[in-house]
Design a protein around this ligand. Structure first.
Ligand SMILES: [Cu+2]
Length: 154
């Protein structure tokens, strides 16, 4: 009886990482970032304004290094919130532009805000997991006004 209970608990514990897999950040991100060919990095700029993302949808290739520039050309602050996408990539860094900016390294980010009248944030990552991910602006009713889109990784 005791043995079967222990093996039951062990099976439950072992199955947890598998079940949680889709929502976990990329485990071996540092190795993926190091192995990537950053000379082949593609730059994509998304402009935020009242009330839109331009382009609204992004189509990305899995395994490709990207620099995603989030630039707010509007007159209100805006978010680019794509938490599940941000968990699905291998992060190199997030930075604000040179020469007076800075950079942050972290396992993943949940949201990015770009300040009104030209603020921008640059995201450096390698796409890992394929899928379709939502992106929204989480401020007030901005999503309902049109600040939503999709990121598709193929
Ligand atoms: Cu907004």
């Amino acid at each position: 009886m005791r043995t079967s209970l222990i093996s039951l608990v062990a099976a439950a514990v072992l199955s947890v990482p598998f079940l949680a897999g889709a929502a976990d950040p990329v485990a071996d991100a540092a190795a993926i970032v190091k192995a990537a060919n950053w000379d082949a990095m593609e730059t994509i700029t998304v402009e935020l304004a009242e009330y839109s993302f331009t382009p609204q949808d992004l189509k990305l290739k899995a395994g490709q290094p990207y620099r995603l520039v989030i630039r707010n050309v509007g007159q209100k602050d805006h978010y680019y919130t794509a938490t599940e996408f941000f968990k699905s990539v291998a992060w190199r860094k997030v930075q604000t532009p040179k020469p007076n900016g800075g950079e942050i390294k972290a396992p993943y980010f949940t949201a990015v805000e770009a300040y009104k009248n030209g603020g921008s944030v640059e995201l450096f990552f390698v796409t890992v997991n394929k899928g379709e991910f939502d992106v929204i602006c989480t401020i007030e009713d901005h999503k309902d006004q049109g600040m939503f889109g999709k990121i598709v990784v193929e």
